[in-house]
Design a protein around this ligand. Structure first.
Ligand code: S3P
Length: 182
């Protein structure tokens, strides 16, 4: 069912493996809103993969690219290009400026997923530099602890989606977005 977001985006946030891209694709089909994936845009802009950017320039540089893109997206809302779904990278909430943008730019949804499920979903991933280590469980546990308050601060809706299927999650977001933008 198409949704009128009044020219503003639906933004998906959460840890790596929380389902932002998968759910974003289904939500895009249901709402007719275009899905934009911030990591993919950065890769296209720079002409390098995320692991290459981390390896060659470091995480700090990647974070600067991420904020620049977020600012650009917010500016483009004023040009009437804001009716989209945005899938973010898991670390988007690290910078206070980003958290402010996430709160004011549109409707922000946090997928709160338990660590064992995140671990399983990211187990075969080669393109996540922060997880290229044998102690992935410890890393995800730490990131979850550190970032949960930051996701909480940035989101309008927290979805405890560990045990909810993609098919069931999408209508929940749709309903909540309808109310938010009413
Ligand atoms: C990161 C998550 C990744 C990507 C980068 C850093 C993070 O995105 O932006 O590897 O800090 O959590 P996904 O959440 O889409 O995997």
């Amino acid at each position: 069912m198409p949704i009128d977001t009044k020219g503003r985006p639906i933004i998906l946030i959460g840890l790596m493996g929380s389902g932002k891209t998968t759910i974003g694709k289904e939500l895009s089909k249901m709402t007719g809103l275009k899905l934009i994936d911030m990591d993919s845009i950065i890769e296209e802009q720079i002409g390098k993969s995320i692991p290459e950017i981390f390896r060659e320039k470091g995480e700090k540089h990647f974070r600067a690219l991420e904020t620049a893109l977020l600012r650009y997206i917010e500016a483009s809302i004023n040009e009437g290009k804001g009716s989209v779904i945005i899938s973010t990278g898991g670390g988007i909430v690290l910078r206070p400026e980003n958290r402010e943008i996430l709160r004011r730019m549109g409707f922000t949804v946090w997928f709160n997923v338990e660590v064992p499920v995140l671990l399983e979903r990211t187990s075969r991933s080669q393109n996540r530099p922060l997880l290229q280590s044998p102690d992935r469980f410890e890393i995800l546990t730490r990131l979850n602890k550190e970032r949960a308050p930051l996701y909480e601060e940035s989101a309008h809706l927290k979805l405890d989606s560990t045990y909810i299927s993609v098919q069931d999650t999408v209508p929940l977001i749709h309903e909540a977005a309808l109310r938010f933008f009413a």
